[in-house]
Write a protein that binds this ligand. Structure first.
Ligand SMILES: [Zn+2]
Length: 138
């Protein structure tokens, strides 16, 4: 099976039979290989995010549980929010890994996954911000 000549339109997000430019939207086509390379990059970045954030998450949890912070209701609530923020970032990383894996296979991005990734990441930032505001504001 020869896949070297397969071209992908990144705008229409589909394989194209055209050689240079997409006949539908006029965008310059990418080769399947270059899209697959991007897929590996996305997969690596997602995997790094999952591993790195999980490590920081465990570290922060140990730090918070280790002290006598839990008696403070504000800090307990802060810890809860931080846990949610970390979980959302890990979820975003997992979406990135799945999206990268699909891109390596087909050369196409999965818009639903990318949408989920962005939503999870923005929610994580939002939760982290509200947690830190709450903590410093008291
Ligand atoms: Zn196109």
């Amino acid at each position: 099976m020869s896949t070297t000549s397969t071209m992908i339109c990144t705008r229409c997000n589909k394989a194209s039979g055209d050689v240079d430019k997409c006949s539908t939207c006029g965008t310059r086509l990418s080769t399947l290989k270059s899209q697959q390379r991007r897929g590996w990059t996305a997969l690596g970045a997602g995997a790094f995010l999952v591993v790195f954030m999980s490590a920081v998450w465990i570290w922060v949890d140990r730090l918070l549980i280790g002290g006598d912070y839990q008696r403070d209701a504000t800090t307990a609530s802060f810890t809860g929010k931080i846990n949610v923020a970390f979980a959302l970032v890990v979820v975003a990383g997992v979406f990135g890994v799945i999206n990268g894996r699909l891109m390596v296979q087909s050369g196409r991005r999965n818009r639903v996954l990318l949408f989920g990734l962005v939503i999870a990441f923005v929610s994580a930032l939002f939760v982290a911000c509200s947690a830190s505001n709450m903590y410093h504001g008291s």
